[in-house]
Design a protein around this ligand. Sequence first.
Ligand SMILES: Cc1cc2nc3c(=O)[nH]c(=O)nc-3n(C[C@H](O)[C@H](O)[C@H](O)COP(=O)(O)O)c2cc1C
Length: 109
Amino acid sequence: MNRITSLLGIQYPIIQGGMVWCSGWRLASAVSNAGGLGLLGAGSMHPDVLRDHIQKCKLATIKPFGVNVPLMYPQIEEIMNIIVEEGVKIVFTSAGNPKTWTSWLKEKG
Ligand SMILES: Cc1cc2nc3c(=O)[nH]c(=O)nc-3n(C[C@H](O)[C@H](O)[C@H](O)COP(=O)(O)O)c2cc1C
């Protein structure tokens, strides 16, 4: 155990990078099932596609997984609301100032 594994609830301190067009529910759930942290790459997903990937990932693993959100995404508010509605507890942001959404995400759990 180290700070990262206990913070994220994972077995190994290995985080799979969020990748546009590459990291959907199959990769993210496989990494999480293997004891790392799988991340869905929301940057290439329309909001309804992201919701579908989150729901499929929840069926494919009982382990923690997260979503990577490039903050330059045009429908960012919709994306963030879907993440909260679907109960995803881990969000990695990129391509923007993380301060913009961090306190809102923390408030939502
Ligand atoms: C094909 C591809 C797509 C990527 N898309 C994203 C992305 O959507 N969001 C992001 O934050 N990083 C993205 N990255 C960066 C990766 O998440 C990661 O930070 C990078 O590959 C370096 O990882 P490493 O230091 O473990 O090698 C992408 C990388 C690759 C190779």
